[in-house]
Design a protein around this ligand. Structure first.
Ligand SMILES: CC(C)(COP(=O)(O)OP(=O)(O)OC[C@H]1O[C@@H](n2cnc3c(N)ncnc32)[C@H](O)[C@@H]1OP(=O)(O)O)[C@@H](O)C(=O)NCCC(=O)NCCS
Length: 414
């Protein structure tokens, strides 16, 4: 038994944000029926292809455990089938450009009329306001949600992060909204509208930077690299690799950094472990020195402190340094490359990195479900081929027979 067994999802999602949401729900056991345009499908099937004519890793890694049907929801016959699917599903998820579903003739009012129990969940770039009609991709969300203005080094331009906080981050938010609405439906019997704007999702993940915006009005941000010598402007500045928390941290070079772009370690000079850190790097002298032996005294000298720590880490590989620092309770972590992560045995053992077989591309690696439930096991199954389950779903879910399916095909609806 899986947590969401019995929940059926009508998945109108494409690209990344929506598919990450429905993929999670599929891993929890929901029957996710992905509706795609006949002949075309989700655009990501053909984007960033590494092997000609097979579904891209972009698509396969975002659409596990789903069934795919092709349906033209702008065709009259297709609209009839779509209406019956709305009747038969618990959740409708979409992340089209604003108004696309309305233009197909399926407003929230109409969807509720068809199925008052349905939960209608959407990702859009922005919530109601001046930008509500805009199309949005990942990096636009990172820029408009506060991620880019607060990422990068103080002297450089805004930078976007490799973590897909706009797409996958908003997909996660949406998944929580959907299961919460399903839970409420247990009491009310009614569905509801769930909306996540990517700008809101990114801002939620940048919460600590809005914290700093307000702290700034009361004086300089002492844990930022700008303190005490640089200047602060009117807005939360970029802080390089500063920790963003109450304990100073930085990325320092390790042995091999000259040739290995990932030979770095993140070290946090947590006050509680500072004496051990100082000793191990050969700075026992700091412990009796009032210029160094309190967190407050060290704040204006964070750069210098990490330079000294780096002199020590540069004599060790990132893994050797971690092995020494961890038993001393000094929080730290190596900068791991995608190669290292893909080869890490413990991530394979937990199902966080999974090898999946695919009929046209062969074996590939993917990220499995990062959320582990003790009573809802996850088996990562390959993504569906375009329209692989059209007949199966129409028969099983809508009770259509071969003749009706053939007629819909002739009509161009499937
Ligand atoms: C991501 C995004 C920019 C892509 O834009 P796009 O490629 O132009 O795609 P759209 O969402 O506009 O959809 C294209 C059209 O296909 C149509 N379509 C999609 N599936 C269809 C189907 N099964 N049958 C018939 N038509 C279909 C849509 O109705 C839309 O038509 P319309 O423009 O006439 O209304 C846009 O969808 C968007 O802003 N989404 C919301 C934010 C989001 O999720 N962004 C992150 C993506 S990772």
């Amino acid at each position: 038994m899986k947590a969401l067994d019995g929940v059926r999802i009508l998945d109108m999602t494409h690209v990344q944000s929506g598919p990450t949401c429905t993929q999670l729900l599929a891993w929890f056991g929901a029957d996710v029926i992905k509706v795609e345009r006949p002949g075309k499908g989700d655009a990501t099937r053909g984007q960033l292809r590494d092997i000609p004519d097979v579904d891209s890793l972009y698509f396969t890694m975002l659409n596990h455990n789903k069934r795919s049907i092709t349906l033209n929801t702008k065709d009259e016959c297709g609209k009839g089938i779509f209406t019956r699917l709305i009747e038969s599903c618990d959740v409708l998820v979409e992340n089209f450009a604003p108004g696309a579903l309305d233009r197909m003739g399926f407003s929230w009012k109409r969807i509720q009329e068809i199925n008052p129990r349905i939960i209608y969940a959407s990702v859009k770039g922005f919530g109601p306001g001046p930008y509500e009609d805009c199309k949005v991709y990942e990096n636009v969300a990172q820029c408009t949600g506060g991620g880019a203005s607060t990422t990068g080094f103080p002297s450089g331009p805004p930078v976007v992060t490799g973590a897909q906080i706009g797409d996958s981050g908003t997909g996660l938010h949406l998944a929580l909204g959907i299961v919460t609405a399903l839970f409420q439906r247990e009491t009310t019997g009614r569905g509801q509208r769930v909306e996540c704007a990517m700008q809101d999702g990114v801002l939620n993940l940048c919460r600590v930077k809005l914290r700093d915006q307000q702290r700034l009005t009361h004086g300089p941000l002492k844990e930022y690299p700008q303190y005490p010598n640089g200047t602060f402007g009117v807005a939360t500045p970029r802080a390089g690799n500063a920790s963003g928390g109450g304990q100073p941290g930085w990325i320092v070079k390790c042995k091999g950094w000259e040739t290995d772009p990932d030979a770095y370690l993140y070290v946090i000079a947590q006050a509680a472990a500072f004496d051990r850190l100082a000793r191990v790097i050969g700075h026992e002298d700091w412990l009796g020195d009032p210029e160094w032996n309190t967190a407050e005294a060290r704040l204006p000298k964070i750069d210098q402190m990490f330079d000294e720590i780096e002199q020590w880490t540069m004599t060790k590989t990132k893994f050797e340094a971690m092995e020494i620092l961890n038993p001393l309770n000094v929080p730290c972590g190596p900068v791991l490359s995608m190669k290292e992560l893909s080869e890490e045995p413990s991530l394979r053992a937990t199902g966080t990195v999974v090898e999946v077989d695919h009929p046209t591309r062969g074996a590939y690696l993917t990220v499995g479900n990062p959320i582990k439930l003790s009573d809802s096991p996850v088996e990562v199954r390959r993504s569906p081929l375009l329209g692989e389950h059209t007949d199966e779903v129409l028969k099983q879910v809508l009770g259509m027979d071969d003749k009706a399916i053939a007629a819909a095909k002739t009509d161009g609806a499937l």
